[in-house]
Design a protein around this ligand. Structure first.
Ligand SMILES: [Fe+2]
Length: 440
């Protein structure tokens, strides 16, 4: 297909070229022009804590190996043998050197070649510099290891821009995995991501949440390449908005909300908050106004956490307000940061198949020092109807993701009609996406 036919830049009205979701040409363009040029989250720092720890990150045709060579040094290399291109590292582990399993060539943890099997056969023709593993840019922010394959990429801090500044008070680097799940799901990675980039769907897709309050309405905003949405009201907890709009016993509503959320998402909360919510009825009068209930919940959760050696970060009401609820970090990361936990999503292409993606969900949490879980494995489950595994809320999102992917292929469908107030993140994603995809 000719280039002009494939690339349809986004116009001023925020139209989205539907072909980006299912045409194989875009899988190829993304490898060439997107994944090779963007900062992307490869793993958590906690996954490579000790010298020698390594982990591979797969994206498109590339595999990147991240390895700790010193307590304060992380390296990222193309995971490709300099001999005949075999993959060197597989999965994750710990080693004193990197060794290709094919012919046994070896590198130290800084990527210098240390061994070529029967090197004398080359008669001195091999050049040590040429045998070093090609480096990939590697930086950390928020407790994540980020990589960029573009040697001329701007620094990570510049890439993140305002997003990093606004999210700084949450101290995401102090959090650790509590659970991780993943799946291969039948939708393009961008559709997977977009299901979590706006709050507009919440009142309908997650209609059961209305029992804890009124119909939610969300604001959204863009910060360069990145975007966010938040509630129209300031809050430190997701349930706060629901409780504020309820005009009956808000103590019970809050408790019901957190118990529901614990069973059906197990995120946007910690057990401390659930337990504090369960004490609201005993600790407050029945006519306590919503603001007081929320305040009490936060203060008692902070106190309970302090008693077990966990200090909440200082986050002002203004900082909560600006940070909102949900961030989309371009290209493929979604974060819902809270004071002591963060729900995260990541979507990646599934090989060369535009019709499915690798979709990951995880919960980060702040733990008292020394009580952090040591190693949290990611558990796979591709069943989009397994409510016991995924919980009701994500199940509802998954159904829309697969339905949307089928729908965009229809001849009747030309482009979306994005909500200009609540779906700015979706439009902003495509604006940025097309910027990358259009650039040779
Ligand atoms: Fe949702």
């Amino acid at each position: 297909m000719a280039k002009q036919e494939v690339i349809r830049p986004l116009d001023e009205s925020g139209l989205v070229a539907k072909e980006v979701y299912f045409k194989p040409e875009y899988v190829a363009l993304e490898k060439q022009r997107l994944w090779s040029r963007v900062w992307q989250m490869a793993c958590r720092v906690e996954e490579v804590p000790e010298v020698g720890d390594y982990l591979t990150y797969e994206i498109g045709d590339e595999s990147i190996v991240i390895v700790r060579s010193a307590p304060d040094r992380l390296n990222a290399f193309f995971n490709v043998c300099r001999h005949r291109a075999n993959r060197i590292a597989k999965g994750c582990g710990s080693a004193s050197r990197l060794r290709c399993p094919f012919h046994g060539w070896q590198w130290d943890l800084d990527g210098r070649n240390t061994h070529v099997t029967q090197r004398e056969d080359w008669g001195g023709l091999l050049d040590d510099d040429d045998l070093s593993l090609p480096r990939v840019k590697c930086e950390t922010w928020g407790g994540w290891v980020w990589i960029n394959m573009d040697p001329n990429a701007e620094p990570l801090e510049t890439w993140l821009g305002d997003a990093a500044k606004i999210l700084a008070p949450f101290q995401l680097d102090k959090m650790r995995f509590r659970w991780r799940k993943w799946m291969v799901i039948n939708c393009n990675w961008k559709i997977g991501l977009e299901a979590f980039n706006e709050g507009y769907h919440v009142g309908v897709t997650h209609h059961q949440l209305a029992q804890f309050g009124g119909t939610p309405h969300f604001s959204s905003a863009t910060f360069g390449r990145h975007s966010m949405f938040g509630s129209m009201t300031a809050s430190g907890t997701l349930g706060a908005n629901a409780a504020k709009t309820a005009n009956i016993d808000t103590r019970q509503k809050m408790a019901d909300f957190y118990n529901y959320l614990k069973v059906n998402l197990d995120s946007n909360l910690t057990d401390t908050v659930v337990q504090a919510a369960n004490r609201l009825v005993a600790e407050l009068p029945a006519d306590a106004p919503a603001d007081q209930v929320i305040q009490h919940l936060i203060v008692s959760s902070m106190r309970d956490d302090a008693a077990r050696g966990l200090q909440w970060p200082m986050i002002t009401p203004d900082q909560y307000q600006v940070a909102g609820i949900d961030w989309q970090i371009f290209p493929n990361m979604v974060l819902l940061p809270m004071a002591t936990n963060c729900l995260g999503y990541r979507a990646r292409p599934n090989g060369d198949d535009p019709n499915s993606c690798v979709f990951e969900v995880y919960q980060l949490e702040r733990f008292p020092e020394g009580e952090e879980p040591k190693k949290v494995e990611s558990v796979r489950n591709d069943d989009i109807y397994d409510v016991a595994f995924w919980g009701e809320i994500l199940l509802q999102d998954f159904q829309q993701m697969e339905g949307t992917h089928r729908g965009v292929k229809s001849a009747s469908y030309k482009q979306p009609r994005l909500n200009p107030q609540q779906e700015k993140p979706v439009a902003n994603f495509h604006r940025t996406y097309h910027e990358f995809i259009s650039k040779e």
